[in-house]
Design a protein around this ligand. Structure first.
Ligand code: SF4
Length: 248
C-alpha cells in the first residue's frame, strides 16, 4: 500500500511540477520574432572561443531554489552567456556578470560555488531564485519596450510557482520597473511612483496574499557597472545581506 503524501511534500511536488510546466512554456516561446531570430543567428554563428559548443539558442527560464524566499530579477540572457549555456547568468566569461553575481551569492551563503560556468557545473542556490525581465538575448543587450511587455507573463508565471517568495532584488532599472508592473497588475499602485536607486527599499502598505512584499533596487552586475566601480562586490553583498534580513 502506498503511504499518503504529507501535505508539505505534496505542496513541494506541485511547486516542482508547476515550475517545470512554466519552464517548458518559456523555452518554447516564439512571441518576439526579432529576438528569436537574433538568438538563433548567434547560436549558429557562435563566438570564436565557443566554436565547439552547442549553443542553447532558445529562451532561458529562471534557475534556483523552488522554495526560495528571495527572487533576483536580471535584464536578459547574454548572447554568448545564457544564450549559449541555457542557464541564466551562466557562462559569460571571466569578469562577466554571472561570476560577479555568483561570487557575491557564494560569500553571502546563497550559492555553493563562486562561479557559474555551465548548466551542469553543480551550482546550487539556497533560498534564492534568479529570473530575468526578458528571456531571449536582445541585440546590444537592449530589449524593446514591446518585448519587455510581451515577456512579462513568463515572470508572472514563475512568481506564481514560487510560493515562498518574500523579497525581490531588481538588478537594474528595467527589472525594477518590470517589478512595479507586476505589483500594478495585481492592484498595487503607489504614489509617488518609486524610483530606481541602488539600495532603495520599497514596501507597499498593502499587498494581496502570496506576493513578495519588499522590492530592493540594485545596480545590474554588468561589466559596464562592475569594471567602472559603479557596482562593487561590497555594494552587491550589502544588498544581498539586506535581502536576507528582509526575507523573514
Ligand atoms: S523575449 Fe520572452 S516573450 Fe519574447 S520570444 Fe523570448 S521568451 Fe518569448
Amino acid at each position: 500500500m502506498v503511504a499518503p503524501k504529507r501535505p508539505d511534500s505534496a505542496r513541494r511536488e506541485r511547486t516542482r511540477t508547476s515550475l517545470a510546466a512554466v519552464r517548458d512554456r518559456i523555452v518554447a516561446c516564439e512571441r518576439c520574432p526579432r529576438l528569436r531570430t537574433y538568438c538563433r543567428t548567434v547560436a549558429r554563428e557562435k563566438r570564436r572561443a565557443y566554436l565547439d559548443d552547442t549553443y542553447w539558442g532558445r529562451p532561458v527560464a529562471g534557475f534556483g531554489d523552488p522554495s526560495a524566499r528571495i527572487l533576483l530579477v536580471g535584464l536578459a540572457p547574454a548572447a554568448h552567456g545564457a544564450n549559449r549555456t541555457g542557464r541564466i547568468f551562466t557562462g559569460d566569461g571571466t569578469g562577466g556578470s554571472g561570476d560577479f553575481l555568483m561570487a557575491a551569492l557564494h560569500r553571502t551563503g546563497f550559492a555553493n560555488r563562486p562561479v557559474s560556468e555551465r548548466a551542469d557545473d553543480g551550482l546550487r542556490l539556497t533560498d534564492v531564485y534568479i529570473a530575468a525581465a526578458v528571456r531571449c538575448a536582445p541585440p546590444g543587450n537592449r530589449p524593446r519596450p514591446d518585448e519587455i511587455a510581451r515577456c512579462l507573463p513568463h515572470l508572472e508565471a514563475e512568481i506564481d510557482a514560487l510560493p515562498r517568495l518574500r523579497v525581490v532584488v531588481a538588478l537594474g532599472r528595467i527589472a525594477f520597473d518590470v517589478w512595479l508592473r507586476v505589483w500594478k497588475g495585481r492592484g498595487v499602485t503607489q504614489t509617488p511612483r518609486p524610483q530606481f536607486e541602488h539600495g532603495a527599499v520599497v514596501r507597499p502598505a498593502t499587498l494581496p496574499d502570496g506576493l513578495p512584499r519588499v522590492l530592493v533596487g540594485c545596480y545590474h552586475p554588468s561589466r559596464q557597472n562592475t569594471h567602472t566601480g559603479r557596482l562593487t562586490a561590497t555594494m552587491l553583498e550589502r544588498v544581498l545581506a539586506e535581502a536576507a534580513r528582509l526575507r523573514r
